[in-house]
Unconditional design. Structure first.
Length: 147
């Protein structure tokens, strides 16, 4: 293969990755909105502890995100069987939930930062940390390219 072909191949691969990141970001951004809305509603309307509200909100967002990823972001990738795919998605999502809620737990119970503003800031920080893990795990294990 000559260098022109290699450059075209790399450009095509980079372009495909960029499109994937944009689609992942669109679904993920909406999922963050769902997550934060459910989190703040559950904090306002219940007397549940903050981390339990976070777990509920993240669980709702996981279902929302699966549908968005399967039918939008990764629709072009073959499914290995919906049940197995969903099981893997849930497994990696739960790891992300633990990362996300762990950040909130440490801030709330380790440092006493539990105002509405502080909880939202640390919820967002937890989402950011978990998102890095989720992007890698979803594209590597759940919605991987099949040859």
């Amino acid at each position: 293969m000559n260098t022109v072909d290699e450059a075209d191949t790399k450009r095509t691969e980079l372009s495909a990755l960029l499109r994937e990141v944009v689609r992942f970001g669109a679904v993920g951004g909406l999922g963050v909105g769902v997550n934060l809305a459910v989190f703040n509603l559950s904090r306002a309307l219940t007397s549940l502890p903050v981390v339990r509200c976070s777990v509920i909100a993240t669980s709702v967002a996981i279902v929302f995100n699966y549908l968005g990823f399967r039918y939008f972001a990764y629709r072009h990738r073959a499914s290995q069987g919906r049940a197995a795919e969903f099981a893997l998605f849930c497994l990696f999502s739960v790891v992300g939930l633990i990362i996300e809620s762990g950040v909130l737990y440490v801030a709330t119970y380790g440092f006493g930062w539990d105002s509405a503003l502080e909880s939202n800031l640390f919820k967002i920080a937890g989402i950011a940390c978990a998102t890095l893990f989720r992007f890698w795990s979803y594209r590597t294990w759940v919605f991987r390219v099949r040859h």
